[in-house]
Design a protein around this ligand. Structure first.
Ligand code: NIG
Ligand code: FE
Length: 445
């Protein structure tokens, strides 16, 4: 029963019963061979009990019932959810999105499919810059309505937490406006949002005529944008598009030094199109995540491998982006896993290079194009994604005491999750112990 929707509340508990299997992902960040361990409790029927928003117990039915009773709780205070032989996993975590934007870019997409490069389009004032123009011109109300609709689509694909970047404003006013919208949508729920400031996403048009355009814009990001963002406390992370032809590793480091001094954490767009020193910088500066990594240098892979035992940088790979850009080359996921680098996957949802809301689709592409196993892909969108956001102690796995963010899937096994290509196998989604989406009954968040 959903509180606040005119239906009686069954209490503060939720009991999911009758699952064929529960992939708990218990046990922390995974790397190397452990990336493939989804910690599955199979052999059903399995149950998960949640109380006051947190996981209370997981296991076979009688064991879970015994824990509920031993905690002095009354089974009648638990709403019951029949998983009907489906798989239960943690709520999925999308650790890289550009959710808030205006406009679409289908013309540019077709240019790229005919051979134009991404940086050629950007250099000609298209690409990111066309979304910046549309976003600056859009009202906050219109931006919010569009983003909210996409969030609901994400939820219906099993996403319960998402990182969201600014970066389509590129001036103080619009960057702040985007972060405020992200904050409002996050408080509204049910999808939990982690805000990232990406002022250094591209050099905006008004700087482009100058010979020192990129340096001048970096200086403006540091002196004008970052202090306002930090002072308002509206971003948890700072990100930079570190790429040859966009922002260099030195320019990225300058933004990051300032961001660290203002209390922000770091994640970085690194080595998407060419080795640009991004992976090395991520390891050196203690980024939580290095993203894209389709073209890391050997030194970059080695730096991430060396960091992995000490202060792991999660390699957040975005295969839907490579695929949608018509690339035949994908991030070397297997190499990262073999080198002991923890791997996450994300949608990169944005109107230019990855207009998808679906993590199950991203998992399928990762299996086909990067050689991940379905279990490795599930790890990558749950526990490892949680750690890339610094939230591994609260979300990403189904363990007593952790937040009860769950998905009941229409498939019985982890292997089938990524198998039904392009389908929507999420049946019921639970956020903080509350049903927030149910495909059959039409419950909406
Ligand atoms: O992660 N690579 C840079 N930024 C985005 C794309 C943004 C855009 O093209 O609008 C990305 O792919
Ligand atoms: Fe991105």
């Amino acid at each position: 029963m959903i509180e606040g929707r005119g239906q009686p509340s069954a209490g503060r508990g939720l009991l999911v019963e009758g699952a064929a299997a529960v992939a708990t992902l218990a046990g922390g960040l995974r790397r190397g061979r452990y990336q493939a361990d989804a910690a599955v409790m199979a052999g059903g029927p399995r149950s998960v009990a949640a109380w006051k928003g947190d996981v209370l117990a997981v296991g076979d039915g009688p064991a879970v019932a015994a824990i509920v009773a031993a905690a002095g709780l009354d089974a009648r205070d638990f709403e019951r959810l029949d998983a009907r032989g489906g798989l239960v996993t943690p709520g999925l975590i999308d650790a890289h999105t550009h959710l808030v934007f205006a406009g679409t870019r289908e013309a540019e997409w077709q240019m790229r499919l005919r051979g134009a490069s991404y940086l050629e389009v950007l250099g000609a004032g298209g690409g990111i810059l066309s979304t910046v123009a549309a976003t600056r011109a859009a009202s906050s109300g219109a931006l919010t309505v569009g983003a909210r609709a996409r969030l609901h689509e994400m939820l219906s694909c099993g996403t319960t937490t998402a990182e969201v970047k600014s970066g389509y404003g590129l001036d103080v006013e619009t960057e702040l406006r985007l972060l405020e919208i992200i904050g409002r949508l996050g408080s509204e729920g049910p999808v939990e949002l982690v805000p990232t400031f990406l002022g250094a996403h591209a050099v905006p048009a008004e700087f482009r005529g100058r010979p020192d355009a990129t340096d001048a814009y970096v200086a403006a990001v540091i002196a004008e944008q970052l202090p306002r963002v930090a002072e308002q406390g509206i971003a948890r992370f700072c990100d930079v598009f570190c790429e040859a032809g966009v922002f260099s590793a030195a320019q990225t480091a300058a933004v990051f030094e300032a961001a660290l001094a203002m209390g922000l954490r770091l994640r970085v767009h690194a080595d998407e199109l060419a080795p640009s020193g991004g992976a090395e910088l991520a390891a050196r500066m203690g980024c939580f995540s290095a993203d894209h990594l389709a073209e890391p240098s050997d030194e970059g892979v080695a730096a991430l491998a060396a960091a992995a035992t000490n202060h792991p940088v999660v390699a957040t790979l975005l295969p839907a982006t490579s695929w949608f850009m018509g690339k035949h080359h994908f991030a070397p996921a297997r190499r990262f896993i073999d080198a002991g680098v923890p791997v996450a996957l994300a949608t990169d949802l944005n109107p230019g290079t990855s207009p998808t809301v679906s993590l199950p689709l991203v998992m399928s592409i990762a299996c086909v194009e990067m050689g991940l196993s379905p279990a490795e892909a599930l790890t990558a969108v749950t526990v490892n994604a949680a750690h890339s956001l610094g939230l591994g102690d609260r979300i990403g796995s189904i363990e007593p005491g952790k937040q009860a963010d769950l998905v009941v899937w229409d498939v019985p096994s982890v292997d089938q999750l990524a198998y039904w290509l392009g389908s929507r196998p999420a049946r019921t989604v639970v956020k903080r112990g509350r049903i927030v989406f149910d495909r059959a009954t039409g419950v909406r968040s």
